[in-house]
Ligand binder design. Structure first.
Ligand SMILES: NC(=O)c1ccc[n+]([C@@H]2O[C@H](COP(=O)([O-])OP(=O)(O)OC[C@H]3O[C@@H](n4cnc5c(N)ncnc54)[C@H](O)[C@@H]3O)[C@@H](O)[C@H]2O)c1
Ligand SMILES: [Zn+2]
Length: 359
């Protein structure tokens, strides 16, 4: 087992990572004094696969509230039904919510915990790689609104995060691989040694070997925690986590969500590196190294079908990272050294997108 300690907003919590760490859940709950009752908010699909073994040690047994799988459950309506369930179960101020599932249920259940009785404690049990290495650190919780994703939200830190790598075994290969996009991103912006480690272990990572997977998750949590902790003091540092996300989000939007988020981030990083190379900011050999690792991990290096480059440019311009008409980008100067630039032209974006068009 590996543990990662996160100290945010004066509240420290521990992330436990490893095969079988679900068995620690009961002692984690026992270590949170005053929690008389526990409510589990679970993704319905994940509940069928894993609920029984996750709650096995909890005494008294928790109230279980499930939501249908899929992003459409990250809604005000679903949150409303969960509040009804908490009211019926008489969940009180000192009680505890456990979220079980991917980033969708983590965000939804975390938001419900942040707002029920003005905020009660919650423990996350992430079951996707995306949730384990990204959504579980930083305390962002929220809901979607018909006008846009994550428009409703709150910062609410969990009391603990329990990442049992056994539970990730049932994740479809494509979803697992997509999560690796954020892992390459974390290494690229913060940790050259971690990138080299991923290169050395690419096959074992793709095969989800338990020890390698535990190490991968723990190191990603450490990197994300380091960035968000420093951001509390240095405002906007957190923006480097957007590496690969400007063109990535545009691709996600233009392809109408045919690609997974992490796949789009991989393409977005390749395009951003292309842009940085064209500016003479980044050495071509580093861009090639990152692109090679992306490919070896099973992530796409090119778009599955041709897209209209102008359409991508247009969506980038509408992105929230645009200020005063200029598109803001996170570019790499070298491995581990990102830089924010605010003067990227449409021509530069167009050229970068051409580099990820199908061959
Ligand atoms: N709060 C943050 O900082 C943050 C960061 C990144 C992403 N997010 C949010 O996370 C969400 C995406 O998360 P996600 O990619 O985990 O998607 P998700 O939670 O929708 O899960 C994806 C699919 O995998 C299934 N699944 C989950 N665990 C499984 C398992 N162990 N075995 C089999 N199937 C399993 C789910 O039922 C679902 O169908 C988005 O809403 C995004 O906005 C939040
Ligand atoms: Zn992302």
């Amino acid at each position: 087992m590996r543990t990662v300690s996160v100290d945010l907003q004066g509240r420290e919590y521990t992330i436990y990572v490893g095969a079988g760490v679900r068995e620690r859940l009961a002692s984690v709950v026992a270590g949170l004094p005053g929690a008389h009752q526990v409510a589990v908010i679970a993704d319905g699909h994940v509940a069928k696969l894993h609920l029984e073994k996750v709650v096995a040690g909890l005494d008294p047994p928790p109230t279980v509230l499930t939501v249908p799988p899929g992003e459409s459950s990250k809604s005000r309506e679903a949150a409303g039904r969960l509040y009804d369930g908490l009211a019926e179960a008489r969940i009180e101020r000192g009680d505890l919510i456990i979220t079980l599932g991917g980033g969708m249920v983590g965000d939804l259940g975390g938001f419900v915990a942040a707002t029920w009785l003005r905020g009660i404690r919650f423990v996350q049990v992430p079951t996707t790689l995306e949730a384990a290495i990204d959504a579980s650190v930083g305390g962002k919780t929220g809901l979607n609104h018909p006008a846009g994703k994550n428009l409703i939200g709150a910062f609410h830190q969990p009391s603990a995060v329990v990442i049992d790598t056994d539970l990730l075994a049932t994740l479809p290969q494509r979803d697992y691989t997509a999560g690796l996009g954020e892992s390459v991103k974390h290494a690229a912006i913060r940790d050259a040694a971690f990138l080299a480690w991923q290169e050395s272990n690419a096959e074992a990572i793709a095969a989800r070997e338990q020890d390698v997977l535990t190490e991968l998750i723990a190191r990603n949590c450490e990197i994300k925690a380091a960035v968000v902790i420093r951001d509390e003091r240095e405002q906007n540092l957190r923006a480097v986590l957007n590496f690969g996300h400007t063109i990535g989000h545009a691709v996600e939007h233009v392809l109408e969500y045919d690609l997974r988020h992490g796949e789009c981030v991989a393409l977005g990083m390749i395009a951003a590196n292309e842009l940085a190379c064209a500016r003479g900011l980044l050495d071509r050999s580093v861009a090639d190294r990152i692109a090679r690792l992306i490919g070896r991990l099973g992530l796409p290096r090119r778009l599955p079908r041709a897209v209209d480059t102008r359409e991508i440019v247009e969506v980038c311009r509408m992105d929230k990272k645009v200020r005063a008409g200029r598109v803001h980008f996170v570019l790499l100067r070298e491995l581990g050294t990102p830089e924010r630039v605010g003067d990227v032209s449409e021509e530069e974006i167009g050229a970068a997108v051409r580099a990820i068009q199908p061959a």
